[in-house]
Design a binder for this molecule. Structure first.
Ligand SMILES: C[S@@+](CC[C@H](N)C(=O)[O-])C[C@H]1O[C@@H](n2cnc3c(N)ncnc32)[C@H](O)[C@@H]1O
Length: 294
């Protein structure tokens, strides 16, 4: 049986930092020092059941044996690569908080670009939005929250993900329509003012996929060239955009040129590409152009 010990908060914080430093995510990456420190505080705050402010206020205090055991267990889970969001059970996204579990990808800050790009372009009248591959419901629910006049649909091929998205909608009191669909297959005859999509776009051979093994591979693996889902979404978008409608598509940092030419082939013109905070071209915005070449 492991020994239950009492320690000071400062010792516990040092322990959390030292342990996290050994994880595949942080090992040998001195450039992630501030992320590591901030994560160690989050982990300790979760284990000690103290808010960040309480942690500061209690800095000279102690963690009891139970909190220490919780800390050890959480640190082990993090060292196995499990995202902190799954351990906490929640993740902030745009202006909302979402429950997340292994049925869904942990929403990433880059994806908030799609929400902001829709908000910049949203008309004042009622309009329609489809969020394809909604996962936790992140994009659909952030837009429903910000735009009470929008009619929002969220789709996914994963029934488990849709259950999580619907549970998030209930918690947030948002009325969003959910539909199980392989991209556009269940959307015959429907057109939208905005189609949003953060598809799986990691190449199957990318070593990062292994690091992300706790998250659904269906949400990440974009096939041999990373573009399989992107191709399917671009190919179907034109038939489901209203006349002045826009497709907002997230992609990998090095995929913008391929995405633009695949869009051209599918009868879409790229209006602009938005960069993420790291300066990478991350979200392409398309409008319908001609009849398409594909
Ligand atoms: C990168 S995740 C995005 C999740 C969420 N929109 C977000 O940004 O956090 C991609 C999502 O696409 C879904 N997906 C994968 N293949 C699909 C398909 N053929 N049709 C519809 N959704 C699909 C996955 O289940 C997953 O939820």
């Amino acid at each position: 049986m492991s020994q239950v010990k009492t320690a000071t908060l400062a010792d516990a914080l040092r322990y959390a930092e030292d342990q996290l430093q050994l994880s595949a995510e942080f090992a040998g990456r001195s450039e992630l020092r501030s992320e590591l420190k901030s994560e160690a505080r989050s982990v300790l705050s979760l284990a000690a059941k103290l808010s960040a402010a309480e942690l500061y206020a209690n800095a000279p205090g102690v963690v009891d044996g139970h909190a220490w055991e919780r800390l050890r267990a959480i640190v082990q889970r993090r060292r196995s690569g499990e995202p902190l969001a799954y351990i906490e059970g929640v993740r902030g996204f745009h202006a909302i908080e979402l429950k997340v579990d292994r049925s869904v990808l942990v929403p990433r800050p880059e994806t908030e670009i799609i929400v902001d790009a829709v908000l910049e372009r949203a008309p004042s009248k009622t309009f329609t939005v489809a969020d394809l591959g909604t996962g936790s419901g992140a994009i659909a629910l952030a837009l429903a929250h910000a735009l009470p006049d929008a009619q929002v649909l969220g789709t996914d091929i994963s029934a488990a993900a849709l259950e999580t998205a619907a549970a998030n909608a209930r918690r947030l009191g948002q009325a969003v329509e959910w539909l199980e669909s392989d991209w556009f297959t269940q959307l015959d005859g429907r057109a939208f003012d905005f189609i949003c999509c953060n598809p799986p776009y990691v190449r199957s051979s990318d070593p990062h996929l292994e690091l992300l093994h706790h998250e659904p591979q269906l949400a990440l693996d974009g096939g041999p060239d990373g573009l399989a889902a992107i191709r399917a979404v671009l190919a179907g978008a034109r038939d489901h955009l209203s006349p002045a409608g826009r497709l907002l598509l997230e992609h990998g940092y090095d995929q913008a040129a391929d995405v633009s030419s695949l869009g051209y082939t599918a009868g879409l013109a790229r209006e602009c590409v938005v960069r993420d905070l790291a300066g990478h071209e991350r979200v392409s915005v398309f409008v319908s152009s001609g009849p398409g070449l594909g």
